[in-house]
Ligand binder design. Structure first.
Ligand SMILES: [Zn+2]
Length: 123
């Protein structure tokens, strides 16, 4: 319900976000991740994974480990609207090389971390 409201407020331009958190207790199947959905996989009070689609247009599926015993690991916080804040930044090691922060559900690109469009490359 809150998600519907958040979506409405987003369309009205009141609320800004690129991702909202959905909680699941199992690792999601690939087709289930929506572009603006960050799936938080948790079992009981234990946070396990944060899964999202890369915002760079490549659509790469990203799975971040939240397990404190593993490296690298990320931490995630959510606000009232379930907008996620991730720490540290996400740096893709694949072709797209996307490098960004997610703060209060918004993507903040690092310098040079945003994939260039063909037009930008030509300039
Ligand atoms: Zn990417």
């Amino acid at each position: 319900m809150k998600k519907l409201l958040a979506n409405l407020l987003r369309q009205l331009g009141v609320l800004k976000y690129d991702y909202l958190v959905s909680r699941q207790d199992a690792f999601p199947q690939t087709p289930e991740t929506e572009p603006d959905e960050l799936i938080l996989v948790e079992s009981g009070a234990i946070q396990k994974w944060a899964c999202l689609s890369c915002p760079g247009g490549c659509g790469e599926r990203i799975a971040l480990s939240l397990n404190p015993d593993r490296r690298p690991r990320w931490s995630i916080r959510t606000d009232f609207w379930q907008r996620p804040t991730l720490h540290p930044s996400v740096h893709q090691q694949n072709d797209c090389g996307c490098h960004f922060w997610v703060k209060k559900g918004k993507v903040h690109w690092c310098k040079g971390g945003r994939p260039q469009t063909p037009k930008e490359k030509a300039e």
